[in-house]
Design a protein around this ligand. Structure first.
Ligand code: COA
Length: 217
């Protein structure tokens, strides 16, 4: 069973679902990962070109992508919930996640996992898979704490987590989370455009001051 999110400190992290309009930011986020982190995320040393292909191939109709933005609207953390394309395992999904190095250790990886678990349950998924390198302590910790079964194959570890069916609570909690994240994003957008407006005003003020200074008035 996944760990109970209510047992954790009530830190509100706005996690929003991302669509095709976010591809540019998703690509910038993945390109900002250090080589070692790209290796941990993809299981191979992904080049910029491979990341480009991955982002271009994201299917937002079929899969779900979640993200956490900072105040500068930089995507600091994201998760990809990929649903099975195989009719034999239609109730399975795979979870992949990355958090920028500067934003690690704040619980974002955990929160994205919790959000993905709720969403997967609401979509009827009963088994969630995580593929991680055996050295990936943080990812394996998240999986283990949720109650996943871990199987180690040398340098790689496969984790799978059985999910309980959706409830009214899981459905409402996802709606509330998404609404909160959309509002947070809009406020950040407004703040950003207001800051650039203020910067423009400041430049005009400085220009006027400089002109006054030159004319000696
Ligand atoms: C794995 C990753 C997503 C974790 O993100 P994060 O936001 O730093 O993780 P959290 O802050 O939510 O921590 C989750 C748990 O891991 C533990 N943890 C975090 N970093 C750790 C580290 N370097 N070593 C050991 N434990 C660690 C935390 O203490 C926490 O456990 P706790 O709740 O019992 O205290 C992040 O390290 C990352 O992006 N790595 C590169 C990509 C990757 O490995 N993706 C996973 C494979 S798809």
């Amino acid at each position: 069973m996944p760990s109970d999110p209510s047992s954790r400190p009530p830190v509100l992290v706005p996690i929003r679902s991302l669509g095709p309009g976010h591809r540019g930011r998703i690509e910038r986020h993945l390109l900002a990962l250090e080589p070692a982190d790209r290796y941990l995320r993809f299981g191979y040393q992904a080049t910029a070109e491979q990341i480009g292909h991955y982002v271009a191939g994201l299917d937002f109709e079929h899969d779900d992508v979640f993200g956490i933005y900072n105040r500068k609207l930089e995507l600091i953390a994201m998760a990809h919930l990929a649903f099975s394309r195989d009719p034999e395992s239609a109730q399975c999904a795979e979870f992949g996640v990355s958090v920028l190095a500067k934003a690690r250790g704040r619980g974002y990886g955990q929160r994205l996992f919790d959000r993905a678990v709720v969403h997967a349950r609401n979509e009827g998924v009963d088994m969630l898979f995580i593929h991680a390198l055996s050295e990936n302590t943080a990812m394996l910790r998240i999986a283990r704490k949720a109650g996943a079964t871990l199987e180690r194959f040398g340098s790689e570890t496969e984790a799978h987590l059985r999910l309980p069916p959706a409830t009214l609570d899981s459905r409402v909690s996802e709606l509330v989370d998404e609404q909160f994240a959309q509002t947070d994003y809009r406020l950040k957008q407004q703040a950003r455009s207001f800051w650039s407006f203020l910067a423009g005003v400041q430049e005009t003020r400085q220009g006027v001051r400089a002109a006054r200074h030159r004319s000696g008035s």
